[in-house]
Design a protein. Structure first.
Length: 370
């Protein structure tokens, strides 16, 4: 009996080490010449139970398939920690992946509107209170039958255009810079993605339905209720692609840029990923509201890709400018000693709004039992 327990403990330590190693060796420093497709439009599956935190889906890169979709999913979160999503940022002639991480606060994630609480600035989908996570039902799909720690806080965004741009900077990218507060959060102690998140992403890379070249920006598995659950009833397919898909004119091997280890990679003035410091300590309550961000350079938001009508409120208004589409809206590029590639970068998906249609708010989706 004791030997069995020891074996389980050793296995848990091994999985944690594997996750951290994968985070450091695989996620950091991926850079390509082709921009990612637009974020697909999909509904959020219902939260499976207390303590789960939503981690939005994203386009990852593989040398074989090129871009592939990692479905959004609910993850059992470390107590007191919040998830900062990863993002693609343009700089130095390439698109560089900035990996996500766990920390006491939500840091800068490129201003990307991932939806469901991740509107481009901070996180408004829930907060920690005395060791328990409370969910904001105004922006997350939570059933009071499964979860009792809930509240309703209105999140109003003053825009009319739905925009699913999936990268920061560059032509047509999101125009957003890290605020001093976000930069401070980026210097806090961070934790790598959990082992279940690493497994989730790995399985996604092995499923051809997730390849952008196959699904044309509309993945059949856009979200799941639990990590690595790609065959259960909780699987949610994308309702639509977030924008017109453009097939790349170069192979994945040609698009990949081998960046030397330790190279100083520029992101045109945007904050690069900051390795975790060893001096900080997580705190319990780490929610930041969009209404207090104080930043003017923020993208159009959609507060979740499912429509909903928040309760009437007099707070939480946030003004967000539109995405930049010209060089005049981009800060000066810093090469930092690295010559830019001769070939003009390509975009798999032209970042654009959904035909300029208005973001019509309707009633929240019915909570479905899957």
């Amino acid at each position: 009996m004791k030997i069995s327990i020891v074996r389980r403990m050793v296995l848990a330590v091994f999985l944690a080490a594997f996750s951290a190693a994968s985070f450091a060796q695989v996620a950091v420093g991926i850079s390509v010449r082709i921009g990612p497709p637009a974020l697909p439009v999909y509904a959020q599956p219902i939260c499976p139970g207390p303590g789960y935190m939503w981690t939005p889906g994203y386009w990852a890169w593989g040398n074989g398939p090129g871009y592939y979709w990692v479905p959004g999913t609910w993850v059992l979160a470390p107590v007191g920690m919040l998830w900062t999503p990863g993002y693609w940022g343009w700089g130095g002639g390439v698109y560089l992946w900035h990996p996500g991480y766990w920390g006491p606060h939500v840091g800068f994630y490129g201003g990307i509107n991932y939806g469901y609480g991740y509107g481009g600035v901070g996180f408004v989908g829930g907060e920690w209170r005395s060791g328990a996570f409370y969910y904001n039902r105004s922006v997350t799909n939570v059933s009071v039958t499964n979860v009792t720690n809930v509240y309703n806080r209105t999140v109003v965004v003053n825009n009319t255009t739905v925009n699913n741009v999936s990268y920061n900077g560059g032509t047509g990218g999101v125009v957003a810079r890290a605020t001093p507060q976000e930069e401070a959060y980026g210097r806090e102690s961070h934790t790598a993605p959990l082992a279940v998140q690493t497994q989730h992403a790995q399985l996604a890379s092995e499923n051809r339905e997730n390849f952008a070249s196959v699904n044309q920006g509309r993945p059949a598995i856009a979200a799941t209720a639990r990590p690595a659950d790609f065959s259960g009833r909780s699987v949610v397919a994308a309702r639509a692609a977030g924008g017109q898909y453009h097939a790349p004119t170069m192979s994945p091997s040609e698009a990949r840029v081998n960046t030397p280890a330790g190279a100083n990679r520029s992101n045109e003035g945007f904050r690069p990923f900051t390795p975790p410091s060893k001096n900080g300590a997580p705190t319990a309550n780490a929610l930041r509201s969009n209404s207090n961000s104080g930043s003017a350079n923020r993208p159009n938001s959609n507060d979740g890709f499912r429509s909903f009508t928040p309760p009437a409120s007099n707070h939480g208004n946030v003004n967000r400018p539109s995405q930049g589409t010209s060089n005049e809206n981009r800060p000066q590029e810093h090469n930092n000693g690295r010559p830019a590639p001769s070939r003009e970068p390509q975009h798999q998906s032209a970042p654009r709004s959904n035909s300029g249609q208005e973001h019509r708010q309707g009633p929240p989706p019915k909570e479905e039992r899957r």
